[in-house]
Write a new protein. Structure first.
Length: 330
């Protein structure tokens, strides 16, 4: 089958190892299901994999892709099991609760231990297959697996905010930040956003942000929670912008993971810091219901047609000037 994969790893020139070609079909495993892929999204995780972060050279060739939506190719047994031909979206966190893997297996995301989703067909534990929200097309649904699930966990579980609370989302434009804006707005939160780009600030307001500010700008008032996936460039601003007793929820560090901790301010003001990596299967199910009930549509930066266009999609993401998700449709 045709697939997009890391032929090797290269920290200095990662895209050099990106390859489109033929690789074996998904292996048959007990309690796993195979899906014909209709759309995938490109994530920074894919770029990191090509650099050798979380993926060793001896594990290559490795099919990339941590998200997918498509068509189920075989019935899932059980009273409530989905049937072949169903439109589905995948939860691609493996080993979090023992479904489809050996007891005690360390958790991983597709493309780390098991082949990823950027191929004509992919496989996941059967418990990880969910019906696609009816309001979304395949490209939109493919955005939910990593970025939207992470945003859902950041906003509703890690930050623990309630309708009427206020939240600051650092770095408008990325997949997680755009998802967080839409989810927080739909839940009745007051949403502040920052970005260096005037165009991205305007788009964030269109998505539902109540106000958008230059990166580092003083806010009208302190917020109940901050979502920070940027890291070093925004950390100090996050600490200064959250109210005493508030929370900073973090899921990444695209500008570096060694900011000044500002510990005095953290402990003196009782600020809680909570890290997040994606989310649970139950949270994914709640996210799907929330998206469908509120008719939310993930922001799509650009759609590329066919796996042969994957190198252009990777170029688009690595260039950094994106707003929303980069999608490859099959």
């Amino acid at each position: 089958m045709k697939a997009v994969y890391a032929a090797g790893v290269d920290r200095d020139d990662p895209l050099k190892e990106l390859t489109v070609g033929d690789l074996p079909e998904p292996a048959v495993r007990p309690y796993w299901s195979t899906v014909g892929v209709k759309a995938v999204t490109v994530n920074h995780h894919d770029l990191w994999s090509l650099m050798g972060v979380g993926l060793a050279a001896e594990q290559t060739p490795m099919i990339l892709g941590t998200d997918a939506a498509g068509t189920l190719l075989e019935d899932i047994p059980g009273k409530h099991g989905l049937k072949a031909g169903a439109d589905v979206v995948l939860y691609t966190f493996i080993g979090t609760d023992g479904n489809g893997v050996a007891p005690g297996e360390r958790r991983s995301i597709l493309s780390e231990k098991y082949p990823g989703a950027m191929a004509e067909r992919t496989a996941v534990p059967s418990a990880n297959v969910f019906a696609k929200p009816a309001n979304l097309d395949f490209g939109e649904a493919a955005a939910l697996g990593t970025s939207w699930l992470t945003a859902y966990s950041l906003v509703f579980r890690a930050a623990g905010v309630l309708p009427g609370d206020s939240i600051l989302i650092q770095g408008a434009g990325g997949g997680v930040s755009t998802a967080a804006i839409q989810l927080a707005h739909a839940a009745g939160l007051e949403v502040f956003v920052t970005s260096r780009s005037e165009a991205k600030r305007a788009k964030a307001v269109e998505l539902g942000a109540d106000a958008a500010f230059e990166t580092g700008a003083r806010l009208p008032r302190k917020v109940d929670a901050v979502i920070d996936s940027v890291g070093a460039a925004t950390w100090g601003h996050s600490v200064r912008s959250v109210r005493p007793g508030g929370v900073i929820a973090t899921c990444g560090a695209t500008t570096g993971d060694q900011p000044g901790a500002e510990l005095t301010r953290v402990f003196f003001q009782d600020i809680r810091i909570q890290g997040v990596t994606m989310g649970s299967r139950d949270d994914f199910a709640r996210l799907l219901r929330f998206v469908e009930h509120n008719d939310l549509h993930p922001a799509i930066d650009m759609r590329f047609q066919g796996l042969d266009a994957a190198p252009q999609a990777f170029d688009r993401l690595s260039g950094g000037d994106v707003f929303g998700k980069v999608v490859v449709e099959l």
